[in-house]
Ligand binder design. Structure first.
Ligand code: FAD
Length: 531
């Protein structure tokens, strides 16, 4: 009701003070409010008090006798702005209920925050007869509310200013909350939600999605996740997450415990540390591979020499056996042949002894993607020198395979070096494509394709032969690369196959066995090469 209705009786008649009080504040009112646990007062139209209930007496310290006839303003504290009273009076004189908070004083002058509702009591014609005021002391509640607000503001500002990405992801994988570092990262990812990358990467590395984390309450710390930015830069994050349960605030949820669950993910950018670590690791791998290459180079030369000597010696042994079978013991050739064979055998034994040992490397879990990346890192100079463009497509998830990491690095290095040489001989297009994937058997397959001349039929037959080389423009290689590459992969239970691509380049497929090395492990005697 918006129409303001003036009191139809003069205020003096309406206050009900003295002899008029009893009929105005009827027994019905009194009984109704007597036991209400809310401080209740009934006034005339000027807010002069006619009646207060025991809860009012208890809260304010004024008894019914001492406050009757006084104005409600006796409770007023000057901390309440005038505008609040004006708003109160504007509402109630229009016949509307007013509800608000104001600062009150008790009889002992102590202050409290009152949550007040003033209800105009109207007659049948809509004129205001009385006002009924009901108020509660909400000082404690206000303190609590302010405390929560202060804490909320504090937590929000700490989270906002934190130099780490913080995001709350709900079970539908939507972002419920994020800080400014998260929003900045989103800008770097051209608007794509970083949470999608994080959730996907965590699923890959932990096998858990947000629902699993919520269900099992599974926390994790320092899981490394990499993201590609819009500029094709890789950024690394160390992610930690914890389950966060939100209470159901709806009325229906009061007796149940159906709160929502989310995962609070904190991701710290470790790109700088990671790059430094990778640089140090690349240097270490480079140094290790340089040493290995030197040893392997010597082994290649000596193995080649043994192979070269073995052929004539075998022929001579066969000749000696033939002479012996002919029974011509006086044959003048028999003796010198045997001497040559003996000398050759001695020389072979010496060569075998001169073969430098490779370090006896233990078998451990190997990530083929990592091995390839490390080899590409250490081969970067050669690739750049020859202008080779590398297309490296690693499988996003690759199981570890059992293997000897250093030997496998050498294997990949042989193949990359071969590809560089092939491309150098060829001219024209200069690309090297490397893919990895998991085969149907669960093994790991590396496919390497180069834009070189490919293998002609003669090469395909002889490629694994020691000292065979198809390189026409290099003097640096004795032609043992593929031989040793095959030796390494067979030794570790895998296989290698060379072929030609449809477009004429060379293709090498290497299968890294996922099963234990057992059956494929070749008993390669230290320093001796068995082709
Ligand atoms: P006032 O001069 O009394 O009032 C301030 C302003 O309010 C005035 O400038 C004017 O704009 C407006 N106003 C005051 N009286 C009227 C009127 N009769 N008609 C139209 N406008 C008017 N106040 C409290 O501080 N604490 C309480 O718990 C409380 N409970 C109340 C309960 C009821 C049922 C009612 C009707 C009023 C209640 N009041 C309460 C309001 C109180 O009556 C005073 O208006 C207020 O305390 C301010 O008093 P004041 O003397 O500082 O200023």
């Amino acid at each position: 009701m918006n129409e303001t209705k003036q009191p139809k009786r003069p205020p003096s008649e309406q206050t009900g003070r003295g002899d008029g009080e009893a009929p105005i504040v009827s027994e019905v009112y009194r009984k109704a409010v007597e036991h209400v646990p809310v401080a209740t007062s009934i006034t005339d139209v000027h807010a002069n008090i006619l009646y207060v209930n025991p809860a009012f007496e208890q809260l304010t310290g004024y008894s019914q006798e001492e406050i009757a006839g006084k104005n409600e303003s006796i409770l007023s504290d000057k901390a309440t702005p005038l505008s609040v009273y004006k708003d109160l009076w504007k509402s109630i004189t229009s016949g509307e209920v007013w509800h608000g908070r104001l600062v009150n004083r008790r009889k002992n002058q102590s202050k409290y925050l009152a949550d007040l509702t003033v209800v105009p009591v109207l007659d049948d014609d809509g004129y205001v007869l009385h006002y009924m005021g009901m108020h509660r002391d909400v000082t404690d509640l206000n303190q609590l509310e302010r405390k929560v607000k202060n804490q909320d503001a504090l937590i929000s500002s700490v989270i906002e200013a934190a130099p780490v990405v913080i995001v709350l992801i709900d079970t539908t994988e939507r972002v419920a909350f994020s800080n400014s570092a998260y929003k900045e990262l989103k800008r770097d990812l051209a608007g794509v939600e970083p949470s999608q990358h994080f959730v996907g990467a965590l699923k890959d590395s932990l096998g858990q999605d947000i629902r699993d984390l919520c269900k099992k309450g599974f926390d994790f710390t320092a899981v490394e996740v990499s993201l590609k930015t819009d500029n094709d830069d890789t950024r690394w994050f160390a992610c930690s997450a914890t389950k966060v349960e939100e209470q159901d605030m709806s009325a229906a949820g009061y007796f149940t415990d159906n709160g929502a669950c989310g995962v609070l993910l904190v991701a710290s950018d470790i790109t700088h540390q990671r790059r430094r670590y990778e640089q140090a690791r690349t240097n270490a791998v480079r140094a290790l591979m340089a040493e290995q290459q030197m040893v392997q180079g010597m082994r290649e030369v000596i193995s080649g020499a043994i192979f070269q000597m073995q052929g004539p010696l075998n022929i001579m042994s066969a000749a000696s056996s033939m002479l012996e079978r002919q029974g011509n013991s006086a044959n003048s050739l028999q003796e010198p042949i045997n001497q040559v064979i003996a000398a050759g055998q001695t020389a072979l034994e010496r060569l075998k002894l001169a073969m430098p040992n490779t370090a006896d490397e233990p078998v451990g879990p190997v990530n083929v993607n990592e091995i390839i990346r490390e080899v590409l890192d250490v081969s970067i100079d050669g690739l750049l020198r020859e202008g080779v463009v590398v297309e490296w497509n690693p499988a996003s998830v690759l199981p570890n395979v059992p293997g000897r990491a250093n030997a496998l690095r050498s294997l990949v290095k042989y193949l990359v070096d071969n590809a560089i040489l092939a491309i150098r001989d060829q001219g024209g297009e200069r690309t090297l494509l490397i893919n990895t994937r998991v085969t149907e058997n669960g093994d790991v397959l590396m496919e390497m394709r180069d834009s070189g001349p490919g293998f002609d039929d003669g090469i395909l037959i002889k490629a694994y032969e020691p000292l065979f080389t198809a390189w026409t423009k290099t003097r640096s290689r004795p032609g043992m690369g593929l031989t040793l590459a095959r030796q390494i992969i067979l030794d570790q239970g895998g296989s290698i196959e060379i072929k030609n691509t449809l477009t004429g380049g060379g293709k090498v497929d290497v299968v890294f066995a996922a099963a234990s090395l057992g059956h494929g492990l070749r008993a390669l005697k230290q320093g001796v090469f068995h082709p």
